[in-house]
Design a protein around this ligand. Structure first.
Ligand code: SAM
Ligand code: SF4
Length: 327
């Protein structure tokens, strides 16, 4: 018998995002400083057994039904397929967000281990621009990784593209064409102020409305009734699939948010933009029983605020960059 993990605003939480490492083989300008960040020591990271125990508590106690592995870059954590097979026993919608650079060799083992679907981040289809944005010349590897994911039978394969004015907003239609031709779903993400270099500003966010009108002028679109997911989806009128926008800034979905997060070192976060964290690793390592850990998780969710305040004067930037939270 499970009980709902509800906050003071009545939102029930069933989606767990687990960062498995803070390390990354890329240095995306909107996510990490060029010189990288100070990495956690190995001992600071939760072990696969610790991650699985926390996930099991969340599933068994609170009915969590969706788990997403993220990073840093999840594929740089050694033996990641082993963790996937451990978590697959929990029978949730198990997925991953990756930069895709090493997916060619990981896709089939991940699928075999029980990964169901995958999101791959890709912000430019132009080689020079891709290199500028990620500080790595790996576009071909990522494109090959996308193909490998489709071949492995991960379904759906979705592409996440962060849209930044004056950087890649001239590629919206190219992305739509790419998705339509390859049968992969494109999710455009509004740029959020979690870049380590603090280059974000409100006027550089390209809104959902703008994105949809630019693509719709070439490939006519109609909105799809929205469910719980953060993306507002639009169907191509010619039947060639759909495209989505995650309008985290201009149309925040905080009112429907059902996500909680676990950092690579076992800190529980009730929001992407949370300022406070709840230390589950210390509890785990001091021999706490499942009930005490579940109680701390409930305390964490109880402290969740109504929504973020991006672009408002009272917005407080979290002390972590996106790469340390996981997206
Ligand atoms: N390394 C993996 C990847 O790039 O997919 C997983 C971690 S990454 C932090 C997760 C997602 O967050 C990616 O899709 C990335 O594009 C997105 N992201 C990073 N910084 C962002 C920002 N400032 N605003 C919006 N999305 C961001
Ligand atoms: Fe790494 Fe992903 Fe951040 Fe890029 S977005 S630096 S790939 S964690």
């Amino acid at each position: 018998m499970t009980r709902d993990l509800v906050d003071t605003f009545g939102r029930t939480h069933r989606d767990l995002r687990i960062s498995v490492t803070d390390r990354c083989n890329f240095r995306c300008t909107y996510c990490m400083p060029e010189e990288g960040l100070e990495w956690l020591n190995r001992d600071d990271l939760l072990s696969f057994e610790e991650i699985t125990r926390l996930a099991r508590i969340m599933v068994d106690t609170f009915g969590v039904d969706s788990i997403r592995l993220t990073g840093g870059e999840p594929l740089v954590r050694a033996n990641i397929a082993e963790l996937v097979s451990m978590l697959a026993q929990l029978d949730t919608d198990l997925t991953m967000t990756t930069n895709g650079a090493t997916l060619r060799r990981h896709a089939a083992p991940l699928k075999q281990a029980g990964l169901k679907r995958i999101n791959i981040s890709l912000d430019s289809l132009k080689r020079d621009r891709f290199e500028e944005l990620t500080r790595r010349d790996e576009l071909d590897a990522v494109l090959d990784g996308i193909e490998a994911a489709v071949e492995a039978g991960l379904d759906p394969v979705k592409i996440n593209a962060v849209v930044m004015r004056g950087v890649n907003d001239d590629e919206l239609v190219d992305f739509a064409t790419f998705g339509r031709e390859r049968g992969v779903a494109i999710r455009f993400i509004e740029w959020m102020p979690l870049d380590a270099d603090e280059g974000w500003s409100n006027d550089r966010v390209v809104s959902q409305q703008e994105i949809v009108s630019i693509i719709g002028a070439v490939y006519p679109l109609e909105p799809i009734q929205r469910g719980h997911e953060p993306a507002q989806r639009f169907r191509y009128l010619d039947g060639a699939g759909d495209v989505g926008v995650i309008a985290s800034v201009t149309q925040a979905f905080c009112g429907n948010c059902d996500r909680v997060r676990l950092t690579a070192e076992g800190q529980f976060r009730n929001c992407l933009f949370a300022v406070d964290e709840f230390d589950l690793r210390t509890l785990l390592r001091s021999g706490a029983d499942d009930g005490s850990i579940a109680a701390e998780i409930e305390r964490g969710v109880g402290a969740k605020w109504a929504g973020h305040q991006i672009g408002k004067v009272h917005f407080i930037r979290p002390h972590r960059s996106m790469s340390q939270i996981g997206g």
